[in-house]
Design a protein around this ligand. Sequence first.
Ligand code: NI
Length: 189
Amino acid sequence: MILEIVKYGSPVLRQKGAKIESITPEIKKLIADMFETMADRHGVGLAAQQVGVAKQLTVIDVRAVTDRPSTLELKGKPVDVAEIMPLVLINPVVTPVGEPVKSGEGCLSFPEIFAEISRPESVDVKALDAKAKPVEFRCGGLLARAVQHEADHLNGLLFIDRMDKKTKAELQPELDELQAITKAKLQKK
Ligand code: NI
């Protein structure tokens, strides 16, 4: 089922996600629906907050992006990124490894808004997968960026919080407009 994507201005985007203790049928359904929703919107990642659920759950799939490479290491060995795609991360812990690099970023909760964001090039990730099995890997490039963007969502952080001041100031009118539209819609509900 395709879910409605929550837009900037909705309070749930600022909520820290609750830890998931077990994979219930509801969580399984949510994971399937999030993948369907993300594919429908041609997204690379989607966090539970973006479909209105404040939980530590995100889905990622970078395979459709061919012009921005990703790297993956499992137990210190480079492997094909496709090996862990599509990726479900539950209760992820993300540790930066590489130097910060700037690259373009967008977010399905901020339609039409894009900016260069500085983030560490690589990260170590520990999480549970869709079967509550522990997973551990190091990744770089687009996948590392996606993981960090989504892990931020799970903590109520948004990519606008990572923008430099000048970029954010330039986008402020658009952000204010989006926020106002979202709030007006929420009041009608
Ligand atoms: Ni996002």
